[in-house]
Design a protein around this ligand. Structure first.
Ligand code: FES
Ligand SMILES: [Fe+2]
Length: 358
């Protein structure tokens, strides 16, 4: 079950260049995304209502798409505008269209009640379009439910063990650093974690000149419904008061933006960008970070996809998993999301005892 009345990332804008007809399953629905010749992005159901051919196997004509089985043509609103050899177009002959809007180089799609789609509610992360923040867009496909990826991102202690030689740097991260604060809200949470006087972790070390200077590291995470992770990372020269808010010369920052969109109950589209504010004109830094992040994400993917299999082998296990204190953000997020889904479906919010944390 998914939250329907919500904006989800359906594609990067660059995926729709050159009149490409992009077929993508979102929340178990097969959606066709394309940019019409006017520049407007269209999202319609990908199944031709005539005999079920895929419209994405069809042909773009202006802002319309023609099914290349029997040639029926639909405009960008899903309305049928031509049936070859037939004058009368029955009003029922149309495809469902979805509200769609571009923000921050991302194509956002609304799969719920179109009357409730409000583009002002789309999360706008300013660094996605700010030229001072550099980075390359990424995409991975996961054979796992999207909430397992949200869970993974909700406890940064996993950096220590999953990413020791890539994004983490040492197992110490899990022992000596703790979230300094966790602020829960109605659509997610914010947490902050400091790890001071450390060696630069491998991904950062590759792109900085002073590779052996000690650093203070801060990760500040925002997680939003339905599954959007936005982390501000800072590396400052150690011991100069960054933790107290001082502006320390030589500080380098990253913005880690990840958008999890369910494809099906057991698969996920994972869009991400890892942006930095210090590369200037040296684009090899963005390239190195892209490679490092993929290396790190593949470490997550192996664990998370195996977790998915474990849960499929024994579905009862999901409600038997044992929580630890660090799961508080995870538990809050899942509870928040299921409350929103219940409310959307008109179900009274579940009033059960919360999973134990502690
Ligand atoms: S299936 Fe599309 S026109 Fe016949
Ligand atoms: Fe990870």
């Amino acid at each position: 079950m998914f939250l329907k009345n919500c904006w989800y990332v359906g594609a990067w804008d660059h995926e729709l260049i050159d009149g490409k007809l992009l077929s993508r399953v979102l929340l178990n629905e097969r959606v066709l995304l394309y940019r019409g010749e006017s520049g407007k992005v269209v999202a319609v159901n990908d199944r031709c209502p005539h005999r079920g051919a895929l419209l994405s196997d069809g042909r773009l004509e202006g802002d319309a798409v023609r099914c290349m089985y029997h040639g029926i043509k639909f405009d960008g609103t899903g309305k049928c505008v031509q049936i070859p050899g037939q004058e009368l177009i029955p009003p029922k002959m149309r495809v469902r269209s979805y509200p769609v809007h571009e923000v921050g180089h991302l194509v956002w799609v609304w799969l719920g009640d179109p009357a409730k789609a409000d583009v002002s509610k789309i999360l706008n992360l300013p660094y996605m379009t700010d030229p001072n923040w550099k980075g390359l867009p990424g995409y991975l496909h996961y054979d796992a439910n999207y909430l397992l990826i949200v869970d993974n991102l909700s406890d940064l202690a996993h950096l220590a063990f999953v990413h020791t030689n890539t994004l983490g740097g040492s197992e110490e991260y899990a022992y000596v650093s703790k979230p300094a604060s966790i602020l829960k809200n109605e659509r997610g949470y914010t947490l902050e974690r400091w790890h001071t006087n450390i060696d630069p972790p491998p991904f950062h070390k590759k792109v900085i000149p002073n590779k052996h200077d000690k650093l203070d590291r801060r990760n500040r995470v925002n997680m939003y419904v339905p599954g959007i992770f936005d982390m501000a990372t800072l590396f400052a020269p150690a011991g100069q008061g960054a933790e107290t808010g001082a502006a320390v010369p030589g500080t380098r920052e990253y913005r880690n933006c990840q958008f999890m969109t369910p494809e099906t109950d057991t698969t996920t589209h994972f869009f991400w960008a890892y942006l930095n504010n210090f590369e200037g004109s040296d684009s090899t830094i963005s390239r190195s970070l892209l490679d490092s992040l993929i290396e790190g994400f593949m470490e997550d993917k192996a664990i998370i996809e195996r977790q998915q299999k474990t849960l499929e082998e024994d579905p009862a296990f999901e409600s038997q998993m044992l929580a630890i204190r660090a799961d508080a953000p995870l538990v809050h997020f899942r509870r928040t999301l299921s409350g929103l889904i219940d409310a959307e479906q008109g179900v009274a919010a579940a009033v059960g005892s919360p999973a134990a944390v502690g």
